[in-house]
Design a protein around this ligand. Sequence first.
Ligand code: NAI
Ligand code: MG
Length: 362
Amino acid sequence: MRHYSIAAIPADGIGPEVISAGITVLHALERQDVELKFEIETFDWGSEYYKKNGVMMPEKGLQTLKNFDAIYFGAVGAPDVPDHITLWGLRLPICQGFDQYANVRPTKILPGITPPLRHCGPGDLDWVIVRENSEGEYSGNGGRAHRGLPEEVGTEVAIFTRVGVTRIMRYAFRMAQTRPRKQLTVVTKSNAQRHGMVMWDEIAAEVAQEFPDVKWDKMLVDAMTHRMTLHPQSLDTIVATNLHADILSDLAGALAGSLGIAPTANIDPERRFPSMFEPIHGSAFDIAGKGIANPVASFWTAVQMLEHLGERNAAALVMASIEHVCSKGILTPDIGGTATTADVTNAVVAFIESTIKRAELA
Ligand code: NAI
Ligand code: MG
């Protein structure tokens, strides 16, 4: 038997809807492969927990999570709790506490989805964005002084270290190496930001020496938005800072059709700690409770989780199921369909089960 312990943290808004859909799919995989077993424990941490307990997760939360093989995360955010509290109270402490320094965001146009760009269909946009996930502008460095006075100051200090940049650059080059085109674009803003960003450029050139088989180029982040929109075919693997890649990956999600399909993985490549898998979207309280949240992002991040756990066949099967269901037009309203979360989930499960039947017949 191959056993995996998964900590599910559905959290807020549509998080519980899409994570429960994802868990249904994981259980379908167990039926498809009797050697595969997921032990899933669900935690009630998030904004409701915060309203009762004054914290987003218990003080020993990280210690509890440390023993799991992976974390399957929904989304945080509630209309009546400030966003910096929900983010810094749950998601960022996990990413930072477990040194999940590589944030991996695959994007492609799925069959059946009409993307916003004319002349851009499946195959024209197939990217993996690697986001530095531990430093930059989100390291928490900075402060406020003279609060409320006219001379009040607020600073956000972007932190870049040689260790941090080198390790993400190696990760990105390795990622590029695993993809057919073996092509990496390094994004910075080294014209205007002449310290940390110039160091990024220098380290990229150094690390590139270790990967002679990877073609690489550099882009400034502003010009990158242009290239992503006008020449999506010219890109493959992309590496950028925490802030730049945060913004570029929302653009990537939109260009591929919807935020509701875009997944992300927060990886500790050294596997000292569990890695965390989540949809890119937030808690979407405008549609929470309506049963129409698109579960595809949470299925796709489950694909990333299965790959990380070494379950390549199961990962490929879930990805094939997603593509099949989208190509059949079983789509939620955010991507132009009328299906519910349950319709999409049932269709994915039915596809997985049909492969069991096909295997039995063979
Ligand atoms: P959002 O991603 O929650 O929603 C943006 C828009 O996309 C909304 O119109 C929503 O209905 C739609 N959408 C998102 N996911 C969808 C899905 N699976 N299916 C169908 N439609 C979907 O971003 P928004 O509205 O800016 O933020 C809402 C809350 O989520 C805020 O509190 C924010 O801080 C939080 N947030 C949390 C994130 C996380 O936990 N990783 C990431 C982004 C936002
Ligand atoms: Mg974002």
